[in-house]
Structure formats: C-alpha cells, structure tokens
Design a protein around this ligand. Structure first.
Ligand code: XMP
Length: 318
C-alpha cells in the first residue's frame, strides 16, 4: 500500500545509505520533478547536494528570479547561472526547429559542465527522471520532461556524465511525484504548475530567436497565464502558452497604420501530453486577454486562438 510519507521515509533512508558523505550535483529546471528529486536528496545528505539552475534566456517572465527564491526558501543549496546571452547568440539566425533544440541542448550541457566543475570531488549526478521518462526516452521530441540524459546523443561525453546517476523518482508516475512533493511541504501552486518544455520560449518563437522577440513573448505569455490564474481557469487546462509567429499583419492604431506581429494562444486539456484537445476557453476571457495583449504589448497587433487537437497538431508549434 503506497503512501507518499512512507515513500519519503524509505527513499531518504536508502539515499543516506547509498550516498554516504559523497557530493551530488543536480540540475534544477523549475519543474516539479527535479524539485522533488532535489528535496529528497537534500533531506538525505543536506549541504552535500549542489543544485544548478540555468537561466537559458528562454524562460517565462520573472521565472528565473521567482524560482530561485523558491529554491532558497526550500533550503536547497543552489547556484543560479545567468547564461541567457550565450543561448541567444548561439541561436542567432537559426530557423530550423530541430537545429534550435540541438543548439539549446548543447549550450545547456556546456554551461552545466562548466558549473559542475566548480563542485570539487562530486561523485553523483542527481536527476528528476520519472517512470514515464524511462518508457518514453525513445520519443522523437525528447518527451515531456527534459532530463540531462536526453541530451546524451549530442557529442562527446561531458565530465559530469561520468558521474554515477541517482534518480529517486525513477519508479513514480507524475501524480505520485506530486503527492510526494505535497507531503514534503511543496505548495499546491508549485505542484500544479503546467508543463513547460526544456527549450522554453525558443520553440515558441517560430523561426529565428532574438532577445527582443523573447521579451515580446514573455509579456504576452505573462498576460495570458496570469489571466488564466485570475479567472480560475489555470487548473482547468493541462498546459497553456503563446506562440510568436513569423508573420506580420496590418492593423490600425488611432490614425496610424501598423504592421506588426501575430501571436497564437494555445491551451489544451490532456492527461500525459501524448494526445490533447484544445480547451474551450470562454469567449469573454479570450476577448479580454486579446485586448490586453494588443493594447499592452508593443509589436503585437493581432491575436489568434489555436483550435487544433493532437494528433495531428502537436502542442508546441515547433
Ligand atoms: P508536443 O509539442 O510534442 O509536446 O505535442 C508534448 C509535450 O512535451 C513538451 N515538449 C518538450 N519538452 N523538450 C521538453 O522538455 C522538448 O524539446 C519538448 N518538446 C515538446 C510540450 O511542452 C508538451 O508538454
């Protein structure tokens, strides 16, 4: 009879036994899985766990500082690395979606490897791998959660990959991970966060990525997501986000003709991301959000809503 409390107790005991006085490095993504994995390891070995959280410049608005603060309140020993410029410049001029993913994955590995060298005598790499990741590790897109290992095929083996791997959530399903997080004191707001892809806004900006486009999309996404929260719709959808299209369209603003970008809003219901239906958000809500975006975000003059289901349309547009 599985209970989260019993899981925490046995897992922490096993981790203590296994890790002893060894040092562990763990990459935090801002998501539930890596956070819960870190909390378990931290409970077992305390300050011998060194967490690394990378800002790839493609996160949501304020995400890096907000989540870093959260980690600090949890007592985690976390190094925040601001690497935004490195990622944005590596992506300059690149439009192919899979190439963008590879560039982002490679840049992440470089940053993570450099940071992990600063932790002397580390023996282990902690990961938030969950059971579905183990099954889906062959999926084309890298699966719903980005683990460091999923980038295994990107060239020579970086040093941190020579570490032994510890994956305390490897046998759990997502809902079990959430229950474990809750039993360890993680608040509902954090536990019920929507999935967010590892390559972040990089694959929601269609075509080439620039710092200015990231800024625009962060504003749009922020209006959409905080609107969902305010109107009690956030937990009604499985995932939501906005796509910045490489399309400009004509509009009017006062007496002026404008020629600016189009954004697409996407919200879906799903249980595992493998199939999804577009969410029937209320028209009044969509109208309000559309107005807020067009009036509030310079560079956007048109908003459309994605009414495609998966399959055949994927959740992300790239
Ligand atoms: P798609 O777009 O394939 O997305 O319907 C299914 C789920 O996976 C997420 N996703 C990714 N997650 N790296 C990730 O970590 C990726 O490259 C990636 N591509 C898609 C997507 O956000 C959705 O939850």
């Amino acid at each position: 009879n599985w209970t989260p409390d019993a899981f925490v107790e046995t897992t922490v005991a096993e981790l203590k036994e296994k890790l002893g006085d060894d040092r562990v490095i763990l990459g935090l993504s801002g998501g539930v899985d890596s956070t819960v994995a870190a909390m378990l390891v931290h409970k077992a070995i305390g300050k011998n766990l060194y967490c690394i959280f990378v800002d790839n410049g493609l996160l949501r608005k304020n995400e890096f500082t907000d989540v870093l603060k959260k980690y600090e309140t949890l007592g985690l020993n976390v190094i925040g690395v601001d690497a935004g410029e490195k990622f944005i410049s590596a992506l300059a001029g690149v439009t192919d979606p899979e190439t963008k993913r590879k560039i982002i994955g490679n840049a992440f590995i470089e940053v993570f490897d450099a940071e992990s060298h600063k932790v002397k005598n580390a023996k282990w790499l902690g990961q938030g791998t969950i059971y579905p990741d183990v099954i889906e590790s062959v999926s084309v897109n890298g699966g719903p959660s980005q683990t460091i290992k999923s980038h295994h095929n990107v060239g020579g083996l970086p040093d941190f990959m020579k570490l032994k791997v510890v994956e305390p959530l490897k046998l759990l399903f997502k809902d079990e991970v959430r229950r474990v997080g809750k039993s360890m004191g993680l608040e509902d707001k954090f536990i019920s966060r929507h999935p967010f892809p590892g390559p972040g806004l990089g694959i929601r900006i269609l075509g080439d990525v620039t710092a200015e486009k990231v800024r625009i999309l962060q504003e749009v996404d922020h209006i959409f997501i905080s609107g969902l929260v305010e109107d009690g719709l956030y937990n009604e959808v499985w995932q939501a986000g906005a796509m910045l299209l490489p399309v400009q369209s004509v509009g009017v603003m006062g007496d002026e003709r404008t020629y600016e970008s189009v954004v697409a809003l996407r919200a879906v219901g799903s249980t595992d991301g493998m199939t999804a239906d577009w969410s029937h958000l209320p028209y009044e809500f969509l109208a309000k959000i559309s107005n807020k975006i067009i009036n509030g975000v310079k560079g956007v003059n048109r908003v459309v809503y994605d009414i495609s289901s998966k399959p055949p349309a994927t959740i992300e547009w790239e």
